[in-house]
Every structure is written in structure tokens, then in C-alpha cells.
Design a protein around this ligand. Structure first.
Ligand code: GTP
Ligand code: SPV
Ligand code: MN
Length: 577
């Protein structure tokens, strides 16, 4: 059907990666541009710049569908299409789509080879950029084919960039066939089908059937000055701080963050009744703007580490004096001679960003200096706390602890966030984004909330649940909380509240949850005014009333499928305000 000129079976070797970079540099093009452009190999070892098609710069939620015979099961949180109709449409669009091009066959594993939870997958694609990205982000190799053998037991991905025409761009999921079919985009979550499409949308439904959870979460270990490590997971919507949290450099002496994952966590209940988390990916597809030695030094070190995995920069600017990638918020002043993300010369006084706001890097997790020694544990790591967060200029305080599992699930189910450039939508608009999973939950959100409540009942020791907000602003639009490395102060309170001795750590009860007790946040060495701290931590009844009417409209969309427990918590909070 695709009528490719040739087929290239990828084996995941280093030699092959070098060959693919060369093909992308010299043989394949997007419009008039090469797929890869070689950057300064001394300062940015094995690094390449990629400029995507100008209409193809973010995930496209409006073109993403879940195609299941039962529309109710898919829910109002997903676009739905009948599987037969969707197949016919995709067949039409795929006819001859690889004519004259190479089809790359990518066998890969999500999860580690020794893990009982790992899943074998095969994706086909027609662009070297996706083949190389998948090699960074997944465990790609011939051995996966042996594992699959003659079985049908693998996740299938069909991907073609097509002609990049947005009117012929679709990302279709067929959960009953473990199939993802994507055409017309070469960007991130639209094209790296092991990431959002399989490890979240399809996997979330597998999790519902098999009794586990696939979540949009970072996994970290927090080491205290005594050397004890407590593992946490945290879910924030796209471009709201997961990667930064995953490799944070602590502002408090003696504390250290260990990185296990920055985007996706698979959560299983272990034999001991605790919750375990593992990261199915092996790389970071991270937001470039704002990344610097000041905000995320460990990511800067990761980017420059250089191993046999290439590092890719997508839609960043280019400093033509040094041949290095550049983006807004990088250390130092704006270089004089810059090409913008589309390759055009930048005027020095231009106010438009030179890097695309959703420009990203793709880099292997092995290069991360804070990689946890437990990152490859086939069972995952035991989780003591689950953190949910969003980008909220108002209403939501710096941190709140849920009263118990059920109340924590309510807090997460009702969270909202201001939209970012990660999705092709209007930026900065508040939308409800339960568990940071609105674009990624592959089935009805009402059923998803019930699954969360049920998971709590299966655990002998469920993790504590917290909500955070690093992004609350004052009247002048300035952030009230300094964020980044200073967030360790909040993590410290979270960890202490989550340990067996947690009930002795001071907290203040509010209708919305527990706030840190006076002086129980460690603010040593931090320059923040009493007034700002008070504002950052305020639970304001007037703001919460407005919040609840917004929440109510959202939850009602799920009708009968919305669990009564969620409404019980809602009514309790309404009554107490
Ligand atoms: P996805 O990869 O899209 O899932 O995003 P992410 O959640 O990993 O987001 P990331 O960590 O890349 O952060 C996105 C943006 O938020 C960057 O521009 C950061 O500089 C900014 N950011 C991260 N942490 C903080 C913080 O604590 N405070 C403030 N003010 N900004 C932050
Ligand atoms: C996100 O948007 O949450 C991402 C980037 O992690 S993408 O892979 O494009 O979905
Ligand atoms: Mn993400």
C-alpha cells in the first residue's frame, strides 16, 4: 500500500545510527531543507539540528482519534471515529505515501528487557529523524524481533510524514488491535508512536483491563542528608515542569534528586501491596526554551555529554558564529548572528523568539549525570507520594496534601492548567486537565477516575497524594515562588509528610486539603517575603467557589460514568466554602 522504494530494517546499533544521520544530512529533505544539519561537534558532541515542516511544530489534539467500536467507552475526552471508517480513511491517505522513499522498520521495546511489564513493538516510518529519535527514546534492537517470534503479541505502529499537509494529518489509535496509524506529521508525540500513542493512550486502556496505570509522570528519588532515598512520581501537563523536576539541582544542602524518568510512568501494585513505578522510555524529548545552567544545569550537562546516541535539536535557533543551537532563556546574551527555527536570518532587535516556543531536544537518559542506579530495576521503584500540578496564575496554592487516597484522587481529577505551546492550541487558556492526562487517557475519563479509586483499594499502603503549583502570580504578573531548585523545599515537606512519621510534621487543615504548618516549610537561605509566601499558600474561598463551578461543568460531561465518590468529595468541599 505504501509503495516504498526500499525497506531498511533497523538493528539499533551505533554504526546504524551514524549511517542514519548521514542519510538525513545528505539524502532526505523536508521541502528545501536537509532532515539533519550537523552542529559544532566539539561543544555539542554527536549533535544535529532538525527543522520540522513549519506547519508541524506540536502535537495536534484535534487530529488525534481513538477508534473503538464502543463510542461510550472512548468518552467525551477523546475524538472518536468508527474503526472501519477510520481504516478506510487512513488507507486512502496512505496509498503510495512512501513512493520513492525508504521505509524504516523499527523493532523496539517499551520497558526494560528483564521487566515483566515490558511491551514489544514495531513501528514503520519513512523519515530518518523518526528512526533516530526512536532509537534514543526506546530500546530498539534485533532482539525484539526474537522476542516477538511468530506471535501477534506486539504493538503495531504505521507512520508516514505523507506530504505534511495539515488537512491530511491524522493520528489514529485502534486499541482493539494494538495499532497506531499516524500520517502527515513528523513531530514528537504525533510521530514517535511508542511515546504518547502507545505508552499512554493504548497503555492506559491495557492498564484498565490488567489492573495498572499508565501515567504522564516523572519518577524521581529524593535523597535526604542521611542518605535515605524516597521515590516520588509527579504528573504535570505538557510544558509545566516535569523535565525540570526530574533533574532538579537542590537548593537545600544535603539533598539530591535522582532521575528515573521525565514524562511517562507505568504504575503497578507490587506483591507487598505498595505502588511501583517504572519508566518505559530511555530518553528525554524536552522543551528547549528556558533550559539553562541557571534553571536546569543537569540537563545542560546531559546535552553536552555525548555518547554513541546522537542528540537532536528540533526547531531551535542556530548561532551561526559558533554553529551551536540556541534558544530563549539560554545562558549568556543573545548571539549577534542567529538563524531562527525556520532558518531565516534574525534581526538583532527582533522581538519574536528565534527558537520555536515548543522547540525541543531529544537526548538519551544514559547521558544524565543524576540517573538513578535504580533506573533499570525491572520491577520499578516503590512510590511514597504522588504529586499533581499545573500552571495556575491563581487559586491553587504552592502545595496541598489530600486527606486520604479518595480525596487525593478528587484533587487530581479536578485540576486545571493554563495551556502551553506543547499542543497546537491557543496558549495560556485555563482548561481542566485531570491527572495531566486529558490529551492522553485513551478511554472514558469517568471510568479512569473509578480505576484510580479502585487502585487505592488494592494497596495496603497507598502513597500520599499532593497538589502543587509553582506558577501562582502576584498582581503584577510576577511568579510568587522562585521555582526550579528551590522546589526542593516543597519536596522536603512532601517526603516528610509521606514517611511513617509523617503525622508529626505540622500541617494546617483547609477545606481544600492540608497546607504546610507555620514554619514547617524549610526556607533557610531563601529570600522570599512573608507577604509573598502567604499569597503563594493562600486557599481563598472566593477563588475556590469559581473553581468549583468550572469543575462541575467539566465533571458533568462524563454523566453516569462519573463515580459517586468524586461527587461526594465535590459536595463536601462546596459545603465547607
Ligand atoms: P513535556 O515534555 O511537554 O511533557 O513538558 P514538561 O512538563 O517536562 O515541562 P518542562 O520541565 O520542560 O518545563 C516547561 C517550561 O516550564 C520551561 O520553560 C521551564 O523553564 C518552565 N518551568 C519548569 N519548572 C519551573 C518552575 O519551577 N518555575 C517556573 N516559573 N517555571 C518553570
Ligand atoms: C508533551 O506534550 O507532553 C510532550 C511532547 O511530552 S510530545 O511528545 O510531543 O507529546
Ligand atoms: Mn509530556
Amino acid at each position: 500500500m505504501t509503495r516504498q522504494a526500499r525497506v531498511y530494517w533497523c538493528d539499533g546499533s551505533e554504526e546504524e545510527a551514524r549511517r542514519l544521520m548521514e542519510i538525513g544530512e545528505k539524502e532526505e529533505r523536508i521541502g528545501s531543507q536537509s532532515v539533519f544539519y550537523k552542529l559544532n561537534q566539539e561543544t555539542f558532541p554527536f549533535s544535529y539540528l532538525h527543522r520540522s515542516h513549519p506547519t508541524d511544530v506540536a502535537r495536534t489534539e484535534q487530529l488525534t482519534f481513538v477508534c473503538h467500536p464502543d463510542r461510550e467507552m472512548v468518552g467525551p475526552n477523546n475524538n472518536w471515529m468508527d474503526p472501519g471508517e477510520a481504516k478506510a480513511k487512513m488507507r486512502g491517505l496512505s496509498e503510495g505515501c512512501m513512493a520513492g522513499r525508504t521505509m524504516y522498520v523499527l523493532p523496539y521495546l517499551m520497558g526494560n528487557h528483564l521487566s515483566p511489564y515490558a511491551k514489544a513493538c514495531v513501528q514503520i516510518t519513512d523519515i530518518s529523524y523518526v528512526a533516530v529519535s526512536m532509537r534514543i527514546m526506546t530500546r530498539m534492537g534485533k532482539d525484539v524481533l526474537d522476542r516477538i517470534g511468530a506471535s501477534e503479541n506486539f504493538v503495531k505502529g504505521i507512520h508516514s510524514v505523507g506530504d505534511f499537509d495539515p488537512s491530511r494529518r491524522f493520528i489514529m489509535h485502534f486499541p482493539e488491535e494494538n495499532l497506531v496509524w499516524s500520517i502527515g506529521s513528523g513531530y514528537g508525540g504525533n510521530a514517535l508512536l511508542g511515546k504518547k500513542c502507545f505508552s499512554l493512550r493504548i497503555a492506559s486502556l491495557l492498564g484498565l483491563k490488567e489492573g495498572w496505570l499508565a501515567e504522564h509522570m516523572v519518577i524521581i528519588g529524593v535523597e535526604d542528608p542521611k542518605g535515605n532515598v524516597t521515590y516520588l512520581v509527579a504528573a504535570f501537563p505538557s510544558a509545566c515542569g516535569k523535565t525540570n523536576l526530574a533533574m532538579m539541582e537542590s537548593a537545600l544542602p544535603g539533598y539530591k534528586i535522582w532521575t528515573l524518568g521525565d514524562d511517562i510512568a507505568w504504575l503497578h501494585v507490587g506483591d507487598d501491596g505498595r505502588l511501583y513505578a517504572l519508566n518505559p522510555e530511555t530518553g528525554f524529548f524536552g522543551v528547549a526554551p528556558g533550559t539553562s545552567m541557571a534553571t536546569n544545569p543537569n540537563m545542560m550537562r546531559t546535552l553536552k555529554a555525548g555518547t554513541f546516541y546522537p542528540t537532536l535539536y528540533t526547531n531551535t535557533a542556530l548561532n551561526t558564529d559558533t554553529n551551536e543551537p540556541w534558544w530563549e532563556g539560554m545562558d549568556g546574551s543573545r548571539p549577534e548572528n542567529l538563524l531562527d527555527w525556520q532558518g531565516n536570518i534574525c534581526q538583532p532587535d527582533s522581538k519574536t523568539p528565534a527558537a520555536h516556543p515548543n522547540s525541543r531536544f531529544t537526548v538519551g537518559i544514559r547521558q544524565c549525570p543524576t540517573l538513578s542506579p535504580e533506573a533499570d530495576n525491572p520491577q520499578g521503584v516503590p512510590i511514597s507520594a504522588i504529586i499533581f500540578g499545573g500552571r495556575r496564575s491563581d487559586t491553587r496554592p504552592l502545595v496541598l496534601q489530600g486527606f486520604n487516597w479518595q480525596h487525593g484522587v478528587f484533587m487530581a481529577a479536578t485540576m486545571g492548567s493554563e495551556t502551553t505551546a506543547a499542543a497546537a492550541l491557543q496558549v495560556g487558556v485555563l482548561r481542566r486537565d485531570p491527572m495531566a492526562m486529558l490529551p492522553f487517557c485513551g478511554y472514558n475519563m469517568g471510568d479512569y477516575f473509578r480505576h484510580w479509586l479502585d487502585m487505592g483499594k488494592r494497596m495496603t499502603r497507598p502513597p500520599e497524594i499532593f497538589c502543587i503549583n509553582w506558577f501562582r502570580k502576584d498582581e503584577d504578573g510576577e511568579f510568587l515562588w522562585p521555582g526550579f531548585g528551590e522546589n526542593i523545599r516543597v519536596l522536603k515537606w512532601i517526603v516528610e509528610r509521606s514517611l511513617d512519621s509523617g503525622s508529626t510534621i505540622p500541617r494546617r487543615e483547609t477545606p481544600a486539603g492540608f497546607l504546610p504548618g507555620r514554619r514547617s516549610l524549610d526556607l533557610s537561605g531563601l529570600d522570599i517575603s512573608e507577604a509573598n509566601l502567604e499569597k503563594a499558600l493562600a486557599v481563598n474561598p472566593r477563588e475556590w467557589k469559581a473553581e468549583l463551578s468550572n469543575v462541575e461543568i467539566f465533571l458533568k460531561k462524563f454523566g453516569d460514568r462519573m463515580p459517586g465518590e468524586i461527587w461526594d468529595e465535590f459536595n463536601e468541599l462546596s459545603a465547607s466554602l
